[in-house]
Design a protein around this ligand. Sequence first.
Ligand SMILES: Nc1ncnc2c1ncn2[C@@H]1O[C@H](COP(=O)(O)OP(=O)(O)OP(=O)(O)O)[C@@H](O)[C@H]1O
Length: 533
Amino acid sequence: MASAAAAAAGASSLQSVRVVLRVRPLLPSETSSAAASPCVSLIGNRPGGEVTVQLKDQHTSRNECYKVDSYFGKEDRVSDIFDQEVSSLIPGIFDGINATVFAYGATGSGKTYTMQGSEELPGLIPLAVSTILARCTGTWCSVEISYYEVYLERCYDLLEPKAKEIMALDDKDGNLQLKGLAWVPVRSMEEFQEVYSIGVQRRKVAHTDLNDVSSRSHAVLSIRISNDTVKGKLNLIDLAGNEDNRRTYNEGIRLKESSKINSSLFALSNVISALKRNEPRVPYRESKLTRILQDSLGGNSRAVMIACLNPVEYQEAVHTLSLAARSGHMLTNMSSASKEQTPKVKVDMEAKLQVWLESKGKSKSIQRMNGLFSPTGCKTPSSMSHMKQPKSALVSSRTKAMDRDGGKIKKVLFDLAVHTPAKNTPRSNSRDEVKTIKKVVPPSLAPCIEDKSESPIRKALSPISSNVMALEQQIADDVNCPSSLEPKTPIGACNVVEKIPVGTPLDKFNALGSNLKESLIQQYLDFLNVANK
Ligand SMILES: Nc1ncnc2c1ncn2[C@@H]1O[C@H](COP(=O)(O)OP(=O)(O)OP(=O)(O)O)[C@@H](O)[C@H]1O
């Protein structure tokens, strides 16, 4: 048993990105819901090695298996995650090896709970700070923190709010420098609490349909240690949640935030994917988030991605775990039961698309889609019927949220004693391994795959784009259509529809303008990302 634990520790320190799954418990508001049966289960693990999880959609019989490095379920505490995944990174920082821990997942999946914690259960951030401070006690080592957020692709200091936007620049040696970022020395948990709680209150949060206190920015807490010879850094990142705006009904600024959040998370997934595949070029410059993390992701740095899941949201879970897939952890397989269902799944998907378009009043769009995909006569799948109806007004309650969180964190940090790691306890896993087979990409996807550098499955797993407004603007600009076009109306709808020739669906598609093609492809991919692939 001891040698297995040592092997596990060794493995974790050798891997550059570990993917850890964190499934939160059902919330009281969810347990009463009809759709409250969990969609995720642990089905197998190897001591010290990867674990296999299964996602199952209760509305269809679809299920998929994924491999991750470890699994934390509803009975596991944040301190368990810290002991098993984060504490092993800390000695490396004292040897100058940077590390990054980031919580990734849909809105409301428990990222802030995991990173920041609550009054009773401190999160990974306070646990890490207390462990680092304890290690520095009686040495010449100094500890400093910075805390900043990436909001709408701009970087702001949360400890020095009057400072200008933080710029990511390369110095003469090619090392990344965050110009304008404040580093505040901390010598005790009390000092840390004082500084951090102020920063937490400044972070941008808002009420959304899916989370009362939803983070609207990515927040990065960096802990830097320095002694005479070495500087090392640990980044602890609470990412904003990826959002499907067809569920959130975001509008205005919330929609704009959501669009930036989703595109930067996509950029992050590209970086992780490139790192896991040892690709020669890592696309750090695709977003501000990846750019500022350039010196902490890749190279000899270590990273732990905590993929957070809401246990009852199958589609979100698929989307979140797709990031793990991109980083080489997914079993690109389905159970044999689900293979038999592949044609049905495809039909359901098209029916869902029709229903969705109909619900948006897009009968013309349906006709055009029917030119691209085979027509179906299916009824609305039951899985669509549980979708939320839009609320008439979304109330921003940042002040409320700040009161709640700011107050809480202050207490958390005051109360926190230096964290003593608990002994690692092996998990009991009596579940049977499922037999898996290779996943099939529906042939109807083929014309949509334009990017030659990416595999079809990878493209199909792209994140949900929420650039509705930007897309509309682009459509209006590009084809000079009236600005009164409804959201998601395909490009050039006003001019192009009559010109579509008769012939095969592919002929019709090829005859469309490039903007219209791009729009249709994007819409189809968007749809696939929230429907069965
Ligand atoms: N492990 C857990 N145990 C109990 N409650 C939890 C747990 N994880 C999350 N929650 C609760 O779930 C709700 C949503 O969690 P949280 O705000 O952390 O989500 P999030 O992923 O940070 O969302 P967003 O991306 O919108 O900021 C909160 O009420 C939180 O207290």
